[in-house]
Design a protein around this ligand. Structure first.
Ligand code: ACM
Length: 274
């Protein structure tokens, strides 16, 4: 029997841990299923990047150089992926990157497994434009994925004849949006239909939706990155009525997905659903 060592590097603490824990669980389940049916056994070695690019690079280096892993599965934030790529340039290791991102990058050592904006964000914008509003307020966490995605979003909206009314970025881990929402109330007076497009990540997500609800703002929030993990942390009323687009929802009604959800919940318990 052949054994392959697989590094699993996720944000298990810090602001992205809401998502990182789920990513780790999915990877562990995939490894378990492989090991039940294959003569090549995967041995997982788990590390925490603490939601921090520098820590991610250090852990990736140690996994490749000290643990001699055969491949790495991991990263969520594009800033973390890019920090790990600087390690791959030296170690020539392989990274399987399992989340949506801004596109525009090809690296010979990376399998990019998530959707890019033309596959996910553009259909969401198109739907939003026709069903909610063509006046957009862009909000995001302050790093490469939101900024680079919003560059493409602005281009798409303006080409389609819509308007970007404002674009704001918040530090990673920001959980107080009161000032932003108080300021936003000026748009209510204009009586225009308006939509908030959010690329906030981590702890900011449930805080933003909860405070949006408390400020009683009439704007729908649409997002390509708010997932069922973050929604499960929100107050139910705060989540109600908003829109997210994702390559996967646990509610997908297919035999394969029902089997997957059942197996996942048997292993990890029910981790919340939208
Ligand atoms: C991301 O930073 N690619 C979610």
């Amino acid at each position: 029997m052949m054994i392959k060592k697989i590094g699993l590097l996720f944000s298990l603490s810090g602001t992205i841990s809401i998502v990182g824990e789920g990513q780790l669980q999915a990877a562990l389940l995939a490894i378990q299923e492989n090991n039940q049916n294959s003569s090549i056994q995967f041995q997982p070695i788990i590390r925490d990047d603490r939601s921090d690019p520098k820590t991610a690079a250090k852990e990736a280096y140690s996994l490749f150089r000290q643990e001699n892993i055969d491949a790495l599965i991991g990263c969520y934030m594009s800033s973390v992926r890019n920090a790990v790529i600087s390690v791959l340039n030296e170690t020539h290791g392989l990274l399987l990157y399992p989340t949506v991102y801004e596109g525009g990058q090809v690296h010979p050592s990376v399998f990019y497994l998530g959707a890019i904006p033309n596959q996910q964000v553009e259909p969401l914008l198109c739907w939003t434009f026709h069903h909610i509003s063509s006046n957009f307020i862009l909000v995001g966490s302050d790093y490469i994925y939101p900024r680079s995605t919003n560059k493409q979003v602005r281009h798409w909206i303006e080409n389609a004849g819509g308007k970007v009314l404002s674009e704001s970025y918040f530090p990673l881990g920001c959980i107080n949006f009161d000032k932003f929402f108080i300021d936003l109330k000026r748009f209510i007076k204009t009586n225009r239909s308006i939509v908030i497009f959010s690329t906030l990540v981590g702890d900011s997500v449930h805080s933003f939706y909860n405070q949006h609800y408390r400020h009683r703002l009439p704007f729908t929030i649409v997002s390509p990155i708010t997932s069922e993990r973050e929604i499960s942390k929100m107050d139910k009323a705060a989540a109600y009525g908003h829109i997210c687009a994702s390559p996967y929802f646990r509610s997908i009604n297919s035999e394969n997905n029902q089997r997957f959800v059942q197996t996942f919940e048997q292993k990890f318990g029910c981790t919340g659903s939208a």
